[in-house]
Ligand binder design. Structure first.
Ligand code: SF4
Length: 326
């Protein structure tokens, strides 16, 4: 453990005023404390933001607003979420363990770091942890790694289930910094690794996520999150699908589809959405649409199975959501 200073803030402005390029905000601590113990992260100052009044949900004409310091378990059980956006509640329930969901914040979940084993081992090279040091996953242990949005510098998957559901729902973030508050679409927030995998999002130094907004979508009541993993709890996705469907009789009039466990960022699939729109709900049509899911995929030595898996997870999510068996 490296020495660091600790300060507790009571307002967002105070927290932002304390921040430097070597500090870290402490919310639930379920990522930060782990990575400090592993010597993967070593901030010189830790700013505790747990006293900030950024919890709970509200609903207005702009949609559902979720305070960034809300705990995952609270939002998973929130009546504003469970009825209108079941895909969000299910994604949260499928995340981590009950103990972690009781501690971890919504904002922290969106900022969690990858589970790539090399990233979490400071004794190995890793471009994401130490720029320019290399990516041993390219020719090493890469079974859990991404097939979409990868580069030769990094193929680590994004770990958040919640972010996949939020991307499908066109969510945006409210971000506060020293120069004011801005709104950013979640689809524009995460950055592909390219040649700079250590840069994961568009947050500037000291900026704080204060709120998540999910715009109204009446047919999001008909939505689901399906996650496939090596064990049924406390495990990250090998592949997952967040799906919302608008039905007109037995015809799909519109769909939202995003997948996790296969992309370096949460991955929206407009080609699958277009293929579903206007089609009759059937396994054959789900399979045909899902065939677009892995277009452009680049596989490594151990993760080629994800090309088929991601398509099957989409078909399963659609068939379970719509009660279609043939
Ligand atoms: Fe590091 Fe990314 Fe390579 Fe993993 S895949 S070793 S996180 S650079």
């Amino acid at each position: 453990m490296r020495p660091y200073t600790y300060a507790a803030a009571t307002t967002p402005s105070q927290a932002i005023g304390l921040a430097t390029n070597a500090s870290a905000y402490l919310a639930g601590g379920t990522t930060l404390v782990d990575l400090m113990k592993l010597d993967v992260m070593g901030p010189s100052s830790v700013i505790d933001i747990n006293a900030l009044q950024l919890t709970g949900t509200t609903v207005d004409s702009a949609g559902l607003h979720i305070g960034a310091l809300s705990r995952m378990s609270d939002i998973a059980a929130d009546p504003n979420v469970t009825g209108a956006f079941p895909v969000l509640a299910q994604a949260l329930e499928a995340s981590a363990s009950p103990q972690i969901r009781n501690m971890a914040s919504i904002g922290g979940n969106l900022l969690q770091r990858t589970r790539c084993d090399y990233f979490r081992d400071p004794n190995t090279p890793c471009n994401k942890r130490q720029a320019g040091s290399g990516c041993p996953a390219q020719n090493g242990a890469n079974r859990t790694h991404a097939i979409l949005g990868t580069s030769t510098s990094c193929a680590a998957t994004h770990a958040s289930d919640l972010a996949v559901a939020l991307i499908a729902l066109d969510a945006s973030l409210t971000v506060q910094g020293s120069s004011g508050t801005r709104q950013v679409a979640l689809a524009d927030f995460y950055q592909l690794p390219g040649s700079t995998p250590s840069i994961e999002n568009t947050l500037k130094i000291g900026e704080l996520i204060t709120e998540v907004t999910v715009p109204p979508l009446a047919w999001a009541t008909n939505s689901t999150y399906v996650k496939v993993r090596d064990r049924s709890s406390y495990e990250f996705a090998l592949s997952s699908a967040a799906i919302a469907v608008q039905l007109s009789g037995s015809t799909i009039s519109a769909a939202r589809v995003a997948v996790g466990g296969v992309g370096t960022i949460p991955w929206r699939l407009p080609a699958v959405e277009s293929a579903l729109a206007g089609s009759t709900a059937s396994i054959a049509n789900f399979t045909k649409a899902a065939a677009n899911a892995a277009t452009g995929a680049k596989t490594l030595s151990q993760n080629g199975f994800k090309v088929t898996l991601v398509q099957r997870v989409i078909v399963r999510a659609l068939s379970e959501l719509l009660g279609v068996t043939s």
